[in-house]
Design a protein around this ligand. Structure first.
Ligand code: C2E
Ligand code: MG
Ligand code: MG
Ligand code: MG
Length: 284
């Protein structure tokens, strides 16, 4: 059971079940108040054009600074928030906060917001996105929603209709962590995705693993065939970036180009001229 909740939960459940369950209840309780208490904040990680290094947008990532435990990893607490339903409130806060922030930028860079399967399957999710865009004034084409394949499986028909509604608003949809879920190929055809994000596990291995390199090449071929741009996640080395450039990957994201940081670290990009993007303005 614990295993099915996704990565990052194994350690949480395996040893000493009793303690772990109690821990989990405490976390669930604390999480219900975390937004209201201002313990959560967002960090932004640049996404760049592989050709010229220009920043094209940011992925928005959630952080929780627990008053006693310190920084909690989203890979650990998001699955718990999904199970308890707290993700609905937290996810709405993330969306509103990110759109509100991006709407203040003079440089109209894009934002990519992660949306959990629980949010996607909640009634009126597209309506919520519509309201948030209207209330914050963010142009729909500046918002991209990142969905993993696992988020689609609960009710594929419903997921499909919600994604279509989002598309009708003008919002873009990216398939996150591509290659780690189930039946990737048919999902690309069945759902209206605009972008493929290759999972970092493949990128990490391209340096010294010919199989990983072959997989990345074939995903890029797939993207070309389907007319979908591909972004490589978790780029950490110059060798990985050079490989992606040679293979004509469109976009990249990773510690090499910039770590996730509070938005103030990127003021030169968000409030500077668009040209600042290619001039090494990244300091984070
Ligand atoms: P993700 O959406 O695949 O996000 C990318 C993760 O890779 C982030 O981890 C990011 O910090 C990390 N990363 C980026 N570049 C590199 C790199 O070069 N090397 C390495 N080792 N890691 C890199 P993070 O922030 O810990 O988030 C983990 C996962 O938690 C995310 O994976 C996403 O599935 C989930 N998550 C984060 N924020 C949210 C949110 O607001 N809502 C939802 N539903 N899920 C979120
Ligand atoms: Mg993501
Ligand atoms: Mg990912
Ligand atoms: Mg992920």
């Amino acid at each position: 059971r614990a295993k099915s909740e996704g990565r990052g939960t194994y350690r949480f459940f395996e040893p000493k079940m009793g303690v772990q369950v109690r821990e989990r209840r405490l976390l669930e309780h604390d999480m219900r108040h975390a937004v209201a208490r201002g313990e959560m904040h967002l960090v932004y990680q640049p996404q760049t054009d592989v050709k010229d290094g220009a920043v094209i947008g940011f992925e928005v990532l959630l952080r929780w600074q627990h008053p006693q435990r310190g920084a909690a990893s989203p890979a650990m607490f998001i699955p718990i928030a999904e199970e308890s339903g707290a993700i609905l409130q937290i996810g709405e806060w993330v969306l509103r906060e990110a759109c509100r922030e991006a709407a203040t930028w003079t440089n109209p860079l894009k934002i990519a917001v992660n949306v959990s399967g629980v949010q996607l399957h909640a009634p009126h999710f597209a309506q919520l996105v519509h309201e948030v865009l209207f209330q914050t004034g963010l142009k729909p084409e500046r918002l991209e929603i990142e969905i993993t394949e696992t988020a689609l499986i609960r009710d594929p028909g419903r997921a499909q209709s919600t994604l279509r509604q989002l598309k009708a608003l003008g919002v873009r949809i990216a398939m996150d962590d591509f290659g780690t879920g189930y039946s990737s190929l048919s999902n690309l055809r069945a759902y209206p995705f605009d972008k493929i994000k290759i999972d970092s596990s493949f990128i990490r291995a391209v340096d010294d693993n010919e199989q990983a390199a072959a997989i990345v090449r074939s995903v890029l071929g797939l993207g070309r065939g389907l007319g979908l741009p591909v972004l490589a996640e978790g780029v950490e080395t110059q060798a990985q970036l050079s490989f992606l450039a040679e293979e004509k990957c469109h976009a990249a994201q990773g510690y090499l180009m910039g770590r996730p940081a509070r938005i103030d670290a990127f003021t030169a990009l968000t409030h500077g001229a668009a040209a600042a993007a290619s001039e090494g303005a990244l300091v984070a």
